[in-house]
Design a protein around this ligand. Sequence first.
Ligand SMILES: CC(C)(COP(=O)(O)OP(=O)(O)OC[C@H]1O[C@@H](n2cnc3c(N)ncnc32)[C@H](O)[C@@H]1OP(=O)(O)O)[C@@H](O)C(=O)NCCC(=O)NCCS
Length: 189
Amino acid sequence: MRAGTDGPFDRFTIEIAVTVRAGRREDLIYLDGWPGFDTPAHRQALRYYLQQHRLGEGAFLVADMGGIPVGQLFLWYLREDTELGDGHTVASITALRVWPGFRRRGIATRLAAVAERVAWQLGFRTLTIGTDIDNEKAHGLYRRWGYREFKRSTYEWDGRIFPQVCLRKALTGPAPGTQPETAGPRPTT
Ligand SMILES: CC(C)(COP(=O)(O)OP(=O)(O)OC[C@H]1O[C@@H](n2cnc3c(N)ncnc32)[C@H](O)[C@@H]1OP(=O)(O)O)[C@@H](O)C(=O)NCCC(=O)NCCS
């Protein structure tokens, strides 16, 4: 390479709107390839979240920046462990992640606030969230959101068992400053 072509050549700041909306199939082009989450098991899970959303058995939310999902969260209504999600009063935040370049800008916090609002509107009164035992930063973030540990358990992922910390929070109503997000219909079972 010739000298003087390495840059950087320019640096500027722009304001970009972020919309929290329902995830859709077209998002898979981006979500399938996220660094660290680009495995067959993750891709299968993403399709499951979209399907559950369509069936009204969960809410798959993404943070959209210029048409590109830069954050995601799946609100799971009914889980095998009904202490985490019983389909009626307790639902569970799962698969929360933000594209590395856009972390620490409050995107996860806004996604979680929308999830709490959606859950409240659907009649859920408690939200749970599980985190890997060694994910102390995420644990600290959830504590800041008001979640508290209530048990330790394990979860199965891609044929392996992992220990997790389970936290929960009693919902008190919609958080101010967020717009409602359209979720699928509430399951009748
Ligand atoms: C956890 C995660 C979703 C947070 O997203 P985010 O948009 O950066 O979160 P916010 O901007 O709303 O909050 C930032 C806080 O997240 C916390 N945090 C959680 N994980 C973190 C990490 N790996 N690195 C840095 N901060 C992290 C920090 O406390 C940070 O607060 P600070 O900036 O005051 O230090 C994001 O780091 C992520 O996608 N991590 C990888 C996937 C993951 O671990 N998901 C959680 C599974 S339980």
